[in-house]
Design a protein. Structure first.
Length: 301
């Protein structure tokens, strides 16, 4: 059983993985059809998770799942493993990695709403303030402040809303289902929904255009995604979903830092953004809110 401190460390790890993933995936998704890219990497992750479930002998737990558990997994697969991935990677092909990462990091706002209404989670004022500070830092870290959202940003925003809902119901599902099974449900069932989408839209034909040069991108993206879902759901089991999504805000500065390391220089806004994020981190550890995070309340049947 993962305790709260370990859960927080795992969620911090998820934020780091997210920062690298958004940066790297922008290059991978530019190589070919974003829908096919999404399907192939998600399917590989699902196969890997199935191997883990078999290796840890959790397959017997599948037989014990109740109808309510299956409904949770079906919803998690559709709203977390299918629709938002299609929206996100199409959006990422139309905008920058930094912008995409920032839009996704507004998730804590939507999670706060879903958690309060579905999970009855009580959110402290300090957590709200911390989220606002980190979000401001992320905004300043953009090389130039966006005057408006483009089509890609809107697609990523829609994906973020779906993920916010899915993370909330996943927190409820983790009360009775193991993290690995929840992750497998998300990626396995989600991949089936994406396959149906590819077949009905004709995008499945893009498989014939797949080249050997594209395979490394799929493998890298799959490795990052597998690490993401394993650390996220294992950590989420013992951490409030609102606290966890605030921590995910740290992914955007990592994406921006990687963008800068690729040859770009810091602007005055970005220096200010780094200072604001640093202040937010100091505030977080000083207040002890992360370390004292409590397990969220789940839906009562």
């Amino acid at each position: 059983m993962v305790n709260q401190r370990t859960g927080l460390i795992l969620v911090f790890s998820t934020a780091v993985i997210s920062g690298f993933s958004v940066f790297i995936n922008q290059f991978g998704v530019a190589e070919f059809n974003p829908y096919l890219f999404t399907f192939l990497k998600n399917t590989l992750v699902a196969v890997f998770l199935l191997a883990l479930v078999l290796g840890f002998r959790e397959i017997n737990q599948v037989k014990k799942l109740k109808k309510k558990d299956w409904l949770w997994l079906l919803a998690i697969g559709l709203f977390g493993g299918a629709i938002p991935f299609l929206l996100f990677f199409k959006g990422l092909s139309l905008t920058t990695a930094a912008n995409g990462s920032f839009v996704q990091k507004t998730m804590f706002v939507y999670v706060a709403f879903f958690a309060a209404t579905i999970l009855r989670e009580k959110i402290s004022l300090k957590l709200y303030l911390l989220g606002a500070v980190l979000l401001l830092g992320n905004l300043l870290l953009l090389k130039s402040l966006p005057a408006s959202l483009n089509a890609g940003d809107y697609l990523i925003l829609a994906a973020t809303l779906f993920w916010a809902f899915e993370y909330t119901i996943s927190k409820a599902a983790l009360k009775t289902i193991s993290p690995r099974l929840v992750a497998l449900g998300r990626m396995g069932i989600g991949s089936l929904f994406i396959l149906i989408f590819l077949v009905f839209t004709g995008n499945i034909n893009s498989v014939a255009k797949l080249s050997m040069a594209q395979i490394p991108w799929i493998l890298i993206a799959s490795s990052l995604l597998a690490s993401y879902v394993l650390t996220w759901y294992t950590g989420l089991k013992s951490v409030k979903v609102t606290t966890a999504t605030v921590i995910l805000l740290l992914g955007s500065p990592i994406t921006t830092a990687l963008t800068l390391l690729s040859g770009r220089s810091l602007t005055a806004n970005q220096f200010a953004g780094l200072a604001v994020v640093a202040f937010g981190l100091i505030f977080a550890f000083w207040s002890g809110k992360f370390i004292s995070a409590q397990r969220g309340t789940v839906v009562r049947s």
